[in-house]
Design a binder for this molecule. Structure first.
Ligand SMILES: Cc1cc2nc3c(=O)[nH]c(=O)nc-3n(C[C@H](O)[C@H](O)[C@H](O)COP(=O)(O)O)c2cc1C
Length: 476
């Protein structure tokens, strides 16, 4: 076991359930850390729709500690004053990946006044994490993990938390979680997939592992994995006994995933109003996201914007393929971005004061077309002519039993069944093939482009640029 780290004198901070209740407000619905995707405007959007606690994307502690202003402002922009703002961006947990306690502490100290806690990423399974020795590849070095957590526990003004993947063995997973707790982690997020479960081997998250963790530690535990619809949330909480559920992919495709659940979930009466509250028209959500981006002084990367639009609008992109291509072709004018950046330095001007128009136009056009689509389908044209409800238009996918909503509504996305694939494998195996148009960055420290698959927990490796194959739209 790792040796204890020296302590600095700090005012007493709340721990475990006191921290969870009194500082965080007992969140049950949690938005996951997502590189280049849980950025400030998306966090704000998710909060409006029921997200009760949100994590920042993973930040590379060493690069952040090295104090290159550019890197810091790109990943957690303090000068603009909006990230971690007490009235609009809290509760917030800032996540780092690290393998050196000193760098981690230096970085965490920079953000401690602007967040409620600092999380350590112990789950990234990607090759870049293997090479850099962080994320899930720290699982082999418990002493180092202990030191990382314990250093923050003893020296940081806010609590430290940890997000990790399970081991194949339940016993080892429990032992590991108990070590994280002993080191000082005040909340544990358990992603119920093992390090090896990535790419096409992602499979399902194991609630059995998560439940065992929950039963054997005293700090709050968040369950992560397998959440596509609201029905999955209740099931997950019931089966794992956890304090909250964390969603990544589900909420990327439907930022309203948590809508209407707090203060207490309404019964899922099968009427249109209930359905539309949970699955609003996605073009409206995309528009709302862009409106938030447009108001912020804090820069939002063009790759984050495009990534969100592709995911949110996804159910309709195959029916309106010309808009998918238009969105793919939108190029951010570099000169304009330069001007925006200069304007954003300390000034009150929003970063995307200009330059967002091509995105807005695509979203507006999509909204107009989908309104017509919806009107036509609900009017029952082409069939017997009787007016239908939205609920009547919901179908169930053969083989998986998963709901397919009309293509103008926000909904999760999963790959369609291929011949010979078992439904359970498919059900939660979201989208390697969701990489629509963008190239991913090469460096470990730069954010990935849109379309990261659910097995990722950090920067994506460079992927082939390709169009997604026809999938859900065909099944509708
Ligand atoms: C685009 C994307 C980016 C991600 N980035 C991070 C990250 O920065 N840190 C992290 O701990 N996990 C990251 N993950 C993993 C998720 O937080 C989550 O653990 C995983 O996707 C499983 O949850 P899900 O089934 O709800 O998608 C990322 C996932 C996605 C899809």
């Amino acid at each position: 076991m790792g040796s204890e780290t020296p302590t600095t004198t700090l005012p007493r901070k709340l721990e475990g359930y006191d921290f969870y209740r009194e500082v965080l407000g007992s969140p049950k619905y949690i938005v996951a850390p997502m590189v280049d995707q849980s950025e400030l405007p998306f966090r704000r959007l998710c909060r409006r729709y029921g997200g009760q606690l949100v994590y920042t994307p993973m930040i590379h502690a060493k690069l952040f500690a090295d104090n290159t202003k550019k890197y810091r402002n790109q990943f957690f922009n303090i000068p603009c004053g909006e990230e971690g703002d007490p009235s609009t961006d809290r509760p917030l947990i800032v996540q780092f990946c690290a393998n050196d306690p000193e760098y981690l502490l230096t970085s965490a100290k920079v953000v401690e006044k602007h967040c409620d806690g600092v999380d350590i990423n112990l789950g990234c399974p990607q090759d870049i994490a293997r090479k850099g020795k962080y994320g899930a590849f720290l699982q082999d070095d418990w002493d180092l993990i202990f030191k990382l957590i314990n250093t923050l526990h003893k020296n940081l003004a806010v609590p430290v938390t940890a997000k990790f993947r399970v081991f194949p063995s339940i016993e080892k997973t429990v032992e590991y979680a108990q070590m994280l707790e002993r080191a000082g982690a005040q909340i544990l997020t358990c992603h119920g997939r093992a390090r090896e479960q990535r790419g096409h081997n992602a499979g399902l998250a194991s609630y059995e592992h998560i439940r065992a963790v929950k039963q054997n530690v005293s700090v709050p535990v968040f369950a992560n994995g397998n959440i596509l619809f609201q029905e999955d949330i209740e099931r997950c909480l019931r089966e794992t006994g956890c304090d909250g559920v964390m969603s990544a992919e589900g909420i990327l495709y439907n930022p309203a995933l948590f809508a209407g659940l707090a203060p207490s979930p309404t019964t899922s009466s099968p009427d249109d109003a209930a359905l539309l509250a949970r699955h609003p028209p996605h073009a409206a959500l995309a528009q709302e996201y862009l409106d938030i981006v447009r108001t912020l002084r804090t820069p939002t990367s063009a790759s984050a914007i495009k990534g969100h639009l592709f995911k949110i609008l996804r159910p309709a992109l195959l029916r309106h393929a010309d808009l998918r291509e238009r969105l793919g072709r939108v190029k951010v004018d570099q000169q304009q971005q330069g001007k925006n950046k200069r304007a954003a330095t300390g000034a009150a001007t929003p970063f995307w004061d200009t330059g967002l128009e091509p995105y807005v136009e695509v979203v507006r056009e999509m909204g107009a077309r989908l309104a017509q689509d919806a009107e036509r389908e609900l009017a029952g044209e082409g069939e017997e002519g009787a007016r239908k409800s939205v609920v009547e238009l919901v179908r169930v996918q053969e083989g998986t039993g998963l709901k397919l909503l009309p293509w103008w509504l926000a909904q999760p996305y999963w790959r369609p069944l291929r011949k010979g694939e078992s439904p359970s494998w498919l059900a939660f195996r979201t989208l390697i093939d969701d990489i629509l148009t963008q190239k991913r960055p090469k460096a470990a420290d730069s954010p990935p482009a849109e379309g990261d698959a659910g097995d990722s927990e950090g920067p994506g490796k460079k992927a082939k640029v390709e169009l997604a194959p026809v999938s859900i739209a065909c099944a509708l």
